[in-house]
Design a protein around this ligand. Structure first.
Ligand code: 13P
Length: 250
């Protein structure tokens, strides 16, 4: 049995005050949910404040990206040890906004995955096709390339700690969720691919999250799909009431 993981990606939102308030609300409504994991990925500027507010709760903290180096002349980057020292235990890597707005490629994303793993952070590797790629019938080819290159040289032991998030680019922030059939097809494809790359029990225990306009009114049907093990939520994670409903999916 895979333990569900419900993650909120706050992207470039929240001041220190907003973040502390939102984290406190989420801390309250996640108390006692012991059959699932809840994770928040706040902006770097509030990682330690959010971790402080959630001290003593089971909510996990992630950064929204991470560098492969521990320290040095890498202006604008954050290192795995910085994330850990701020209270983080995971890092989102290869988010579509990093790929498309900031031109991060599969090779750089793979370096970030190794950076996270070598310092003990759980990488959440994001993959997903654009609308054009879907319409051209290239969805599965794109996903395969992103998974193979993103996880290149990741060992079996490291894969056991890693998470994949399927986020179709056309569903992010658009209000257009992938249908449960479209999402399930992509998730099953990724799991089969992980079986080929590793072995069946590694693939069977890997958590694959869905992201892209997850809301209180579609979370239950998405989570009911056989290969959907959690959600990576953007917009609806910024509203305590919505996110609390999402983490309490049935
Ligand atoms: P939305 O939930 O706003 O579509 O964002 C999804 C996302 O990009 C999470 O990482």
């Amino acid at each position: 049995m895979r333990r569900p993981l419900l993650a909120g990606n706050w992207k470039m939102h929240t001041t220190v005050m907003d973040a502390c308030h939102l984290a406190a609300e989420i801390g309250k409504c996640s108390a006692g949910l012991d059959d699932r994991d809840v994770l928040l990925a706040p902006p770097y500027t509030v990682l330690s404040e959010v971790a402080h507010v959630l001290q003593g709760s089971a909510v996990l903290i992630a950064s929204q990206n991470v560098c492969w180096e521990e320290k040095g002349a890498f202006t604008g980057e954050i290192s795995p040890t910085m994330v850990k020292s701020a209270g983080g235990s995971a890092a989102i890597i290869g988010h579509s906004e990093r790929r498309h707005i900031f031109h991060e490629d599969n090779e750089m994303i793979n370096r970030r995955v190794h950076g996270a793993l070598s310092f003990g952070l759980i990488p959440i590797l994001c993959i997903g096709e654009t609308l054009e790629e879907r319409e051209d019938g290239k969805t599965l080819t794109v996903l395969e390339e992103q998974v193979r290159k993103g996880l290149a040289a990741v060992s079996r032991e490291d894969m056991e700690r890693s998470v994949v998030a399927y986020e179709p680019v056309w569903a992010i922030g658009t209000g257009k969720t992938a249908s449960k059939e479209q999402a399930q097809e992509a998730h099953a494809f990724v799991r089969n691919l992980l079986t080929e790359m590793y072995e069946k029990n590694v693939a069977e225990s890997a958590r694959i999250l869905y992201g892209g306009s997850v809301k209180p009114d579609n979370v239950d049907e998405l989570m009911a799909q056989a290969d959907i093990d959690g959600a990576l939520v953007g917009g609806a994670a910024l509203d305590a009431e919505s996110f609390c409903r999402i983490i309490n999916f049935t």
